[in-house]
Design a binder for this molecule. Structure first.
Ligand code: GLA
Length: 660
């Protein structure tokens, strides 16, 4: 599709025919380019087993097509209709405590159920056959947010599939016993038939089994995606994708393994007001999605115009916020901005979820902001296809997330994502653009690599980081990194095992802190959560604890390793302390900032392509700001002769060019 597309989910099944024509007319007014339909269509298009009725979907697709709107067509399999769960209750998911989850919500299916798979693929076959060649189909949308609710299923079908997965992974039961360390607590298996999913037990469960079950569960859903995609590809040449949930509260899917299977990477993002800094998390998620897309443009498949309905407190967006959120995604690589959903539902669990057309109708500030977004995206058309170039990489690993946040760890308050977010926030406050990439990525093009809490890391990926530094790179590693291998086995000889030599330090014991406790460093920063009994071997000591359980012990170190430099941060520095440390690392590495330092309220990101360059300046703050840039404002068309004024809460996008 040309330009930056604007789209939405259209759940027309919720509305009588009289509303459809009005909806499509309004979509034209709003400049909607792409509409997702049939996302929850199963009960409508297969009202009874094997009986298909496409009449309404035909009508809607024709209506959209006649109005020049392209379609993002759902396979419709995300939620089985009641006739299916009634006839086949064995497809229902089972929770870790062994209890079955009832239908009545959505996604009530076991990812490993052969019965569900058979019914779902039969539906996809019908949909793909009917619409595979339809000229309006721009994209296929497999299921919906696979694994949002049902990622971890502990029923018998899952147990069987888990065993088969383990046979493929380990080959022999001896290898599995070794990997899981089953000599401990008399857990040794004599055959795969004895292995179960890690259902709730009386005590702590086997950590190797837990992490493998996470891997298996991610693979099981990916397998479902592949099966649906294969049907679609037999009938259609349109690209195929599904909507990822790169977000703070869903962690079950290792999207590094999923992304290569997507024709275009698409993400759903909602501001999460349970977090300390939802704006920073939005930027992080966008950068991570760009990482998943291999740096190429990606789609924002869903966001909200205002409040959602699923957080404890569902905050509305203040004027300008939706526009800022949208353009932050675009600044960080999105080439389309889509919303859940078109018209606010009158009924159902999402009736208080915001939408493009709110309950109050179109004489509303919300609707006017949608129109403004539409005009803005039209003006940004030439940005489409350009990419973001960063000099800093932050490593991100779903496996480390699983392994860090597992049972039986030194502190339940050390949460992987918190530590990644802390590093990201600091970089963002420095005005520096970062890529978020997988461990194992070729790091040679980055001036600085940040390795936050990379607790679980393979020998190869650790070696890649160590070699990057030895070859002249700069790295910052934070605590609890490099501790275990992919089998969750501790690397012996002192922490942080995989990076000890590269960092020039060794720790003999962790000293986590109680909640509410804080330590002070001699340099003045404070820290919480974590300290460790660290000794420098070759590193120089940058800062030490002034108090706490380990006064005088190194807290921050810097090492020369080969041609490069590596920093180790052995504690959870406060936000300013981490920012100060990263400022020193950024300067030492010669990283050029894209924007000014701020408290996070100003974001500046550049997209480039060929000889074109676009600067996005997003001002989340309450003060007007000025940013040095020369070129032309893409929205107003005005010349920007060296200094751009960006009002409080505004966003401006400038094509950089010499002014004649
Ligand atoms: C997800 C789903 C949508 C809707 C929204 C609500 O993104 O894909 O169907 O439930 O959440 O925020």
């Amino acid at each position: 599709m040309a330009g930056i597309s604007l789209g939405c989910d259209y759940n027309f099944e919720q509305w009588p025919p009289a509303v459809w024509a009005e909806d499509v007319a309004l979509m034209r007014t709003a400049g909607i380019d792409l509409v997702a339909v049939n996302i929850f269509g199963w009960a409508s298009i297969e009202p009874r087993p094997g009986e298909y009725d496409f009449s309404t979907l035909d009508t809607i697709i024709a209506l959209l097509h006649d109005n020049g709107i392209r379609i993002n067509l759902g396979t419709g399999t995300s939620s089985p209709p009641p006739w299916l769960t009634t006839r086949h209750p064995e497809i229902l998911p089972v929770a870790a405590d062994g209890t079955t989850r009832s239908p009545g919500g959505r996604q009530a299916w076991c990812p490993s159920s052969p019965v569900f798979r058979e019914h779902a693929l039969a539906l996809v076959e019908q949909v793909a056959r009917r619409y595979g060649d339809h000229p309006a189909i721009a994209l296929w949308h497999v299921s919906n947010e696979l694994g949002c609710h049902n990622a971890l299923c502990y029923d018998e079908a899952s147990a069987e599939a888990f065993r088969a997965w383990l046979v493929r992974r380990y080959g022999s039961i001896d290898a599995l016993n070794h990997a899981w360390g089953t000599s401990f607590w008399s857990q040794r298996y004599t055959g795969f038939a004895e292995v179960q999913p890690p259902r709730l037990a009386l005590s702590l469960r086997n950590p190797g089994q837990l992490v493998d079950f996470q891997r298996f569960s991610s693979d099981a859903l990916l397998d479902h995606y592949r099966a649906e995609a294969a049907v679609l590809r037999r009938h259609s040449s349109a690209p195929v994708t599904t909507n990822f949930m790169v977000t703070a509260h869903i962690r079950a899917l290792d999207y590094w393994s999923w992304a290569p299977e997507m024709d275009v990477v698409a993400n759903d993002h909602y501001l999460d007001h349970r977090l300390g800094d939802p704006d920073a998390e939005l930027s992080f998620a966008a950068d991570l999605t760009r990482g998943l897309a291999g740096g190429r443009p990606w789609m924002l498949m869903e966001q909200s115009t205002g409040a959602v309905n699923w957080q404890p407190y569902n905050l509305a967006k203040v004027p300008g916020q939706m526009l800022r959120n949208s353009l932050t995604h675009v600044a960080r690589g999105a080439d389309s901005v889509c919303f859940f959903q078109w018209r606010a539902s009158a009924q159902g669990a999402e009736k208080f979820h915001s939408a493009l057309v709110p309950h109050a109708g179109t004489d509303t500030a919300g609707w006017r902001e949608v129109l403004e977004l539409s005009t803005t995206l039209d003006a940004l058309a030439e940005v489409a296809g350009t990419t973001v170039r960063a000099e800093v990489a932050i490593l991100f690993s779903w496996e480390s997330w699983w392994a860090t946040d597992t049972e039986a760890r030194p502190s339940q308050d050390v949460r992987y994502l918190d530590q990644v977010h802390a590093a990201y926030r600091a970089v963002r406050r420095l005005g520096v653009t970062a890529d978020v990439v997988a461990p194992g990525t070729d790091l040679s093009r980055y001036r600085l690599v940040i390795v936050p809490c990379l607790h679980m890391v393979s020998d190869e990926d650790a070696a890649a980081i160590n070699t990057y530094v030895a070859d002249g790179g700069h790295a910052v590693v934070t605590f609890y990194s490099g501790i275990v291998d992919l089998a969750d086995r501790v690397r012996p000889g002192g922490y942080p095992g995989a990076f000890r030599e590269m960092l020039g330090v060794v720790a003999e014991e962790f000293f986590p802190l109680l909640p509410g406790h804080q330590v002070t460093l001699t340099g003045g920063a404070t820290a919480t959560l974590w300290t460790e009994h660290l000794r420098a071997t070759t590193a120089e000591i940058v800062d030490r604890y002034a108090d706490g359980p380990l006064p005088g012990v190194p807290a921050v170190t810097r090492n020369s390793h080969g041609q490069g430099t590596s920093w180790y941060v052995a504690t959870a520095l406060d936000d300013d302390g981490l920012r100060d440390l990263l400022r020193a690392a950024v300067r030492g590495a010669g990283v050029r900032a894209t924007g000014p330092e701020s408290d996070g309220s100003v974001e500046v990101v550049r997209r480039t392509g060929g000889d074109r360059s676009y600067v996005f300046v997003i001002n989340h703050g309450r003060q007007d700001i000025e940013h040095p840039v020369t070129g032309r404002d893409l929205v107003t068309g005005e010349a920007v002769p060296g200094l751009l004024k960006v009002g409080a809460g505004a966003v401006r996008v400038v094509r950089e060019e010499p002014l004649g």
